[in-house]
Write a protein that binds this ligand. Structure first.
Ligand code: FES
Length: 77
């Protein structure tokens, strides 16, 4: 993977795993402190994390089933 490309990988029934140099900003414009050691960041998409926007693995506890597995593209919209 090129260093100038941010990779966002969807984890099955889990978070978005973001790898690459990113700047994460909340709704008020505050910038989150992120490690700059190249480690990926996992962003919650289940809504249950107590450490939003980061994943705290609560998706496993609640049995999160990602929408793309529940609704086929041809059935949407
Ligand atoms: S996706 Fe992991 S806690 Fe929400």
């Amino acid at each position: 993977m090129s260093a100038d490309v941010v990779e966002i990988k969807v984890r099955e029934n889990g978070p978005y795993k973001v790898t690459g140099p990113i700047r994460l900003i909340d709704a008020d414009g505050n910038v989150f402190e992120l490690p700059d050691d190249g480690r990926p960041v996992a962003l919650c998409r289940c809504g249950a994390s107590q450490t939003k926007p980061f994943c705290d693995k609560s998706h496993s506890r609640i049995g999160f089933a990602a929408a793309e597995r529940a609704v086929a593209e041809s059935e949407g919209s």
